[in-house]
Design a protein around this ligand. Structure first.
Ligand code: ADP
Ligand code: GLC
Length: 495
């Protein structure tokens, strides 16, 4: 095997910095690539406010690396210096954190406002600065989401004078097209870009704006998104969020590769954060997790009623409005219990809190970002809500499957590719799948689950089907490797 040199550029990486699936996906893919013998270097920011907890969780020590730079991105009229901190194990990927306190202070990953443009422009600059400093020539520069989307453009200019970049090809993975990094064009001259015209979009509906994601889509050598179904969806106006026409122009460069799951970190048989472990063969421990979830959330125990769980960013994408409309009738008629763990948009948090105040014994809302509680919800719930309006891949439904919580999902994106509707006559299928993003659709899907739950043998079969699905990175990584090799000219282009 020819080991590949792969540079990954990302805003999130589990467990150092995580708001959602991006962190898990990049860490899972990098872990599998490194375990397969490839030379993987990850560049991410060092978020000053998160560092201690994160380093402890990862049990990794970062040390100062002999490399540093001066930010080409201007902040308050100056160009502050930055350092690289480095950590790695013998077998895993090497992680470089860009330590630029002037840019990455504060306790959040995303702060909003213009500072975000400056922060993430610096991330791409620093990542490309690192390679010549190391004398390391990547075959692939793999950029994730809008935060790393300036790197493909910068790579093209660096390739003119930096020999280490001659063999490099860039890939942009679109995890979430709903977040594009759109800023005023007036910021352009602060971003340290020699060539900015490609950045500025003259297109409606937001003329004269900087759109990081658009720039990445225009300049990357290859584009991926995180499921095959979503790769088709984003070519349509309904899902393309204004970038569908551009994506249609570049469709021959776009491929959908389903995310994997790192079962080393996400399995009920070994999860150290659960009160009791269990497996598909022996589910006894799940009952204890359920009891603990009831205790932690203050629900009243009702053994005959399923507990519906949800762990989610509180964002429009996630179908929170559908939940707010569809769930109360079931709670009122005492047909189920429910618990939602989530952080995000305040109107959703307020509405969920109000529902919890109305029926504290039947519905719990936990307004937090908490990894241990998330795992308790996967393990302690009987069914799991993912009624997304769009979902590029979605990891929570895959975690729910493995933890024996039957997913209730809308038929879109990666949800379509990972969950199939249960047929109790043939005993096939893994969840409850509804098509239309409306209250009636979600109510129908919840009703299905309530019916199956009352039939113990059907329920057992359904849960077992889910727990034995295998979405491991070992299956998914070869698809990235095939793409890398094709770009690097190591494999023939398929006919
Ligand atoms: P997205 O990336 O769109 O948020 P995914 O389903 O791909 O959706 O990934 C979400 C990830 O974030 C999962 O690992 C999930 O467990 C985690 N997560 C979401 N909300 C919370 C929360 N409030 N506390 C802990 N983990 C959360
Ligand atoms: C995004 C998407 C989600 C996907 C995750 C990781 O945040 O919303 O569907 O699973 O990225 O790729």
């Amino acid at each position: 095997m020819n080991p590949l040199r792969i540079l990954m550029i990302t805003a999130e990486y589990a467990p150092f910095a995580k708001t959602g699936g991006l962190a898990d996906m990049v860490a899972g893919l990098c872990g599998q690539l490194a375990a397969s013998g490839h030379d993987v270097r990850v560049v991410m920011p060092r978020y000053r406010g998160l560092e201690e907890a994160a380093d402890t969780a990862a049990a990794l020590k970062f040390h100062a690396h002999a490399a540093s730079g001066i930010s080409p991105v201007a902040l308050n009229g100056t160009h502050p210096p930055y350092d690289f901190l480095c950590s790695g194990t013998d077998t895993g990927p090497v992680i470089y954190q860009v330590d630029a306190p002037a840019f990455f202070s504060g306790s959040t990953i995303y702060g909003g406002g213009d500072t975000e443009a400056l922060r993430f422009a610096l991330l791409s600059h620093a990542a490309l600065k690192l390679c010549p400093l190391l004398g390391w020539a990547p075959h692939i520069v793999h950029c994730h989401d809008w935060h790393a989307s300036l790197a493909p453009l910068l790579l093209k200019t660096h390739q003119l004078h930096e020999p280490v970049f001659r063999p490099a090809n860039s890939i942009l993975t679109i995890h979430n097209i709903g977040y594009q990094g759109v800023f005023s064009a007036a910021l352009a001259d602060k971003l340290g870009l020699v060539e900015t015209t490609g950045l500025i979009s003259a297109d409606e509906p937001a003329p004269r704006t900087l759109n990081f994601l658009r720039t990445g889509i225009t300049t990357a050598d290859a584009l991926t998104t995180v499921s095959p179904t979503h790769a088709s969806e984003i070519l349509t106006p309904a899902y393309g969020k204004g970038l569908d026409a551009l994506l249609r122009q570049r469709r021959n460069r776009l491929v959908g590769i389903l995310n994997g799951v790192d079962y080393g970190r996400w399995s009920p048989e070994s999860d150290p954060l659960l009160p009791r472990n269990y497996s598909a063969r022996d589910t006894a421990g799940k009952l204890l997790c359920r009891t603990e979830l009831i205790r932690r959330s203050g629900l009243s125990a009702a053994p005959d009623l399923p507990i519906l769980g949800m762990v989610s960013r509180l964002a429009e994408q996630k179908g929170i409005e559908l939940v707010l409309e569809a769930l109360p009738p079931f709670l009122r008629s005492s047909s189920c219990r429910a618990v939602i763990l989530g952080e995000g948009d305040k109107p959703y948090a307020d509405a969920l809190q109000e529902l919890a105040n109305d029926m504290p014994d039947r519905f719990a809302f936990i307004p937090a970002h908490n990894e241990a509680l998330a795992r308790l919800v996967f393990a302690g719930s009987d069914a799991f809500l993912v009624p997304s309006l769009y979902e590029p891949c979605g990891l929570t439904q895959m975690y729910a499957l493995r933890y024996g919580s039957v997913p209730i999902v809308r038929d879109t994106g990666g949800l379509h590719d990972t969950v199939s509707h249960f047929d109790q006559y043939s005993g096939t299928g893994t969840g409850s799948v509804f098509r239309d993003a409306d209250t009636g659709g979600l109510m129908w899907a919840i009703n299905q689950v309530l019916t199956w739950y009352q039939q113990p043998s059907a329920w057992q079969q359904l849960r077992h089907n889910g727990m034995t699905q295998d979405f491991s990175w070992a299956h998914q990584t070869p698809q990235y490797l095939a793409l890398y090799r094709r770009l690097a000219g190591l494999d023939p282009v398929p006919a």
